[in-house]
Design a protein around this ligand. Structure first.
Ligand SMILES: [Zn+2]
Length: 277
């Protein structure tokens, strides 16, 4: 095993891939993960970089503020389940060019691999979240979370509706995502249109539902991002269980709006008022 795999950023990246698999979110090659490296990460990994034979590849999207950035990324068609086993085949590091519209591989994705087909969506989301958080957000994670997908077959693709259900099914949700969640209606994945729609919502929300598909989450580090995904998915599951237990109708004792406000006051968070009655 190459020593680069002992770098903190690679170890933590691998851990999320394995944790997501363990949760049942990554059937076959489903889901993808990207991480914008710090200067320290790049310094540690740089000795293992090679650019020989790696051409710049145009992304079809542009973010000048990400020029020169380095990202760890899962590979297109690669399995999250295999990341721990065949790390350098399943994931890689890409460098962004000086105009912010092309990548080239500098490590990993051996055997002719390429970054995830959702890389343009991740890239645009990184751009938006970096600006929205003054550079704090570094992780974008996409998973096929079964409870969120099931929920999207039952309710309309409306951010207020989703946010209220998720907040009202488990008390601490509103502390973890007080702005709520964004919702993209059903769209063809992998293209510029869904990348645009998602990144627009990411200006406001840390998490965006892809209707009948899964969830996109962002965060400052791997723990925070995985934790957000886990929390939203768990709350959706609790709601669905309660609804099923009640014969399919709305659960009778969801958390009241006034109670949600009390939680926010106690924990010093400002909720998205438009989503509360
Ligand atoms: Zn997907």
């Amino acid at each position: 095993m190459s020593m680069i795999q002992e770098a903190n950023c690679i170890r933590r990246f691998k851990r999320v891939c394995g944790d997501g698999w363990d949760q049942g979110w990554h059937e076959r090659n489903g889901g993808n993960l990207t991480y914008r490296m710090t200067e320290e990460d790049v310094k540690v990994c740089m000795p293992y970089f090679t650019i020989k034979g790696h051409e710049w590849v145009d992304m079809g999207v542009k973010a000048p503020e990400l020029a020169g950035a380095f990202f760890v990324t899962t590979g297109s068609g690669k399995y999250m389940r295999k990341v721990a086993l065949d790390t350098s085949d399943c994931i890689g590091i890409v460098e962004i060019n000086e105009t912010g519209d092309a990548w080239r591989i500098v490590w990993g994705l051996t055997n002719g691999g390429r970054p995830t087909s959702e890389f343009p969506t991740h890239f645009m989301n990184h751009s938006v979240r970096m600006k929205a958080t003054d550079g704090a957000n570094r992780v974008i994670y996409h998973a096929h979370t079964p409870n969120i997908i099931t929920l999207s077959t039952l309710i309309e693709p409306d951010a207020r509706r989703y946010s209220r259900i998720l907040w009202k099914s488990m008390t601490e949700c509103i502390i973890i995502f007080p702005e709520g969640v964004g919702v993209v209606p059903w769209m063809v994945p992998g293209g510029a249109e869904i990348a645009q729609a998602t990144s627009e919502l990411m200006q406001t929300y840390e998490a965006v539902v892809w209707t009948q598909h899964g969830l996109f989450c962002s965060g400052s580090d791997f723990d925070e991002t995985f934790g957000l995904m886990h929390t939203i998915e768990k709350s959706a599951g609790l709601y669905l269980s309660a609804r099923a237990a009640q014969g399919g109708s709305e659960p009778a004792y969801l958390i009241a709006d006034d109670e949600l406000r009390q939680v926010c006051t106690a924990f010093g968070v400002s909720p998205n008022d438009a989503f509360l009655d």
